[in-house]
Design a protein around this ligand. Structure first.
Ligand code: UDP
Length: 325
């Protein structure tokens, strides 16, 4: 298919572009390079521009005639979203509406949306399935949940078919070492610990050791970036085959504590990581683990890189390459 990948120069998007190309799809990457990297787009066509620019979007759709769209371009920092809700709603909601309405205008009705576990808020139970109530706790989570609701309404009114994929903790890197995580500032646990291991950072701070978990640190569901992208590929096939709009939680179903991740990094890298104990970070639930049964059944998806060591090893390979630069 001809697939427009919006935000294809970012961490997840760039791995997706690589996988789409490897599976013989035609790829058009659209990115404003606000946080993405041009050199992370390994092939296909690249167009630089912003979703706020409707005339630009019209031009892209006229010139490239995509048959499906994957949308990765959004602001992703929970804390920042609390301080600057205006830019989060503008980028994650208004700009996404521009994209959706351009799709409608050009009669492109297949859409794969990067959503998040943050659409659930504090969980009533774990693992979290799709029936879990949606009570997002911050503007970031609310912006994603708003678009999910818009998509349900667009399906009813316009027959617009979408798959919303709620990522738990995207992690790891391209096993071939070409791509990885390059956020600035970096806020995610695994790259931060790896930077502490490689010497790019002095220490790592653990946000709370008094949670109701076996070692007192928070438990998260880390899903390998390649598995995450494989779910998008499966969603694309699903929509191509006439699948109905749906939402899927994506994780590997196993939770790992912050301390377990630190231990894994030390073991894989052979380096000592200096750890400082800090207070809890606001809005962090003790455990977030996905029940991805639905994605397995309906999309025929199954994660491959489920052990923490492999996830960390691939990310460490990438981190070493960054240090070498
Ligand atoms: N975390 C931490 N120190 C850090 C960054 C993160 O202890 O410097 C913890 C955080 O409290 C959470 C887990 O690591 O329990 C994963 O956080 P991250 O920001 O990577 O992802 P999130 O779960 O917020 O999407």
């Amino acid at each position: 298919m001809r697939v427009l990948v919006v935000g294809g120069a970012g961490y997840i998007g760039s791995h997706m572009v690589k996988m789409l190309l490897a599976n013989d799809h035609q790829v058009i990457t659209l990115d404003n390079l606000s946080s993405g990297h041009r050199d992370a787009v390994l092939g296909g066509t690249f167009v630089e521009g912003d979703l706020a620019d409707v005339a630009f979007l019209n031009k892209v759709f006229t010139e490239h005639q995509p048959e499906a769209v994957m949308h990765f371009a959004s602001f992703i920092q929970v804390g920042e979203s609390v301080r600057k809700p205006d830019i989060y709603y503008r980028n994650n909601v208004t700009n996404t509406l521009n994209l959706l309405d351009t799709m409608l205008k050009f009669e492109v009705r297949k859409f794969i949306f990067s959503s998040t576990a943050a659409v659930f808020g504090e969980p009533d139970y774990v693992p979290i399935d799709e029936a879990h109530p949606n009570r997002p706790l911050n503007p970031y989570g609310r912006s994603k949940w708003m678009i999910e609701q818009v998509l349900a309404d667009y399906d009813k009114a316009f027959g617009f078919k979408s798959v919303c994929l709620r990522y738990f903790n995207a992690a790891g890197a391209d096993p071939e070492g070409q791509l990885g995580e390059r956020h600035d500032p970096e806020t995610h646990l695994i790259p931060l610990i790896l930077q502490a291991a490689s010497g790019r950072r002095e220490h790592i701070q653990v946000f709370g050791r008094d949670y109701d978990t076996p070692d007192g640190t928070c438990i998260r569901d880390y899903i390998h970036i390649v598995d995450l992208c494989a779910a998008h590929l499966a969603a694309l096939t699903y929509l191509k085959n006439g699948g109905d709009s749906d939402r899927f939680n994506l994780g590997n179903g196993a939770g790992f504590s912050v301390q377990a991740v630190i231990d894994a990094v030390q073991q894989i890298s052979g380096k000592h990581v200096q750890v400082i104990d800090g207070p809890r970070r606001e809005g962090d639930p003790a455990r977030l683990v996905a029940d991805a049964t639905r994605a397995r059944h309906i999309l025929g998806w199954a994660p491959v890189f489920t052990d923490l060591e492999t996830i960390v090893a691939h990310a460490w390979q990438w981190e070493q390459k960054q240090v070498g630069h």
